[in-house]
Design a protein around this ligand. Structure first.
Ligand code: ATP
Length: 274
């Protein structure tokens, strides 16, 4: 968790080609990003700049990968944070962290001579959840600061800032966040279908010694409902099984065993959290 919480900075090397499946999500995202690239035209047409993209979908489907690939595609500085980092006991700390995040993105982009900066906020629902019955929560200030920062993004400013946020619970978000001019572009990142699963398995199998006979189509069929993160685990577990067997290559049965293992692991995780 610490690893995930750490702020990641700098240019991203990850490309859309390294994301398996998700064809329509990738396409939609690229189209949205073209707005950032074609900023001159956008301005001529008087089109409002794109400030926020919301990626929604189940955990482990590649939302973070999408944001990184977006940074690579647009040659942007990539700065990432998670919603939970902004929840603090002390009022105002979350808000000042948001301010710092935007400041940091601008400073780094200027320093590294980049025209664009992408700020990725995972688990946006933690700070942008619905406010119920006018109730003030201690981190409302954090949300307000985020809205203020987004309202202060102008297309004429350089570096141009784009905020990409991710959530598994879109319905939980406060409508202030999803209003036009804020996170008004929503892209669904779903669990992969069979073709997508095969593609993800192929990507994660590239650096692994697979037996020639291995049929990833079959593995894709057997892993119905798995996320990209789970498929990555399947490949990894299969390699561990093969190694334990003292073999040089991964066989089909190792993949099948790995599917069971990942499925069982998820089950025990869920049971222990109930
Ligand atoms: P969360 O909602 O839990 O933050 P996420 O949707 O952001 O999850 P990622 O962090 O992007 O998911 O994915 C986790 C890992 O799973 C990736 O580092 C990668 O190894 C693997 N993965 C997930 N989706 C894909 C995909 N479409 N193609 C290739 N690998 C994937």
């Amino acid at each position: 968790a610490q690893e995930r919480k750490r702020k990641k900075k700098g240019p991203s090397k990850l490309t859309f080609e390294e994301i398996g499946g998700q064809d329509s999500a990738k396409q939609e995202l690229r189209e949205a990003l073209d707005f950032l690239i074609k900023h001159e035209e956008i301005r001529k047409f008087g089109i409002r700049p794109l400030k926020g993209i919301l990626l929604t979908g189940p955990p482990g489907t590649g939302k973070t990968l999408m944001a990184k690939a977006a940074a690579h595609y647009t040659d942007s500085i990539f700065v990432a944070a998670s919603g939970s980092e902004f929840v603090e006991m002390y009022v105002g700390v979350g808000a000042s962290r948001i301010r710092d995040l935007f400041k940091d993105a601008r400073t780094r982009a200027t320093k590294e001579n980049k025209e664009n900066a992408i700020i990725f906020i995972d688990e946006i629902d933690v700070i942008g959840g619905k406010r119920e019955g006018g109730q003030q929560r201690e981190y409302d200030q954090t949300l307000n600061q985020l809205l203020t920062e987004m309202d202060g993004i102008y297309s004429s400013d350089t570096p141009r800032i784009l905020v990409i946020a991710a959530t598994n619970r879109k319905e939980m978000l406060d409508s202030a966040l999803t209003r036009p001019g804020r996170f008004d572009r929503h892209i669904q990142v779903d669990l992969p279908d069979k073709k997508g699963r095969k593609h993800i398995l192929e990507l994660h199998g590239v650096n692994k010694p697979l037996m020639k006979e291995v049929n990833l189509e079959k593995t894709a069929e057997e892993s119905y409902g798995f996320s990209g993160a789970q498929l990555e685990s399947v490949m990894n577990e299969a390699a561990i099984y093969a190694m334990r067997d003292g073999l040089l290559n991964i066989e089909q049965r190792h993949l099948s065993l790995a599917i069971d293992k990942v499925m069982m692991g998820e089950k025990t995780d869920r049971e222990s959290s109930v």
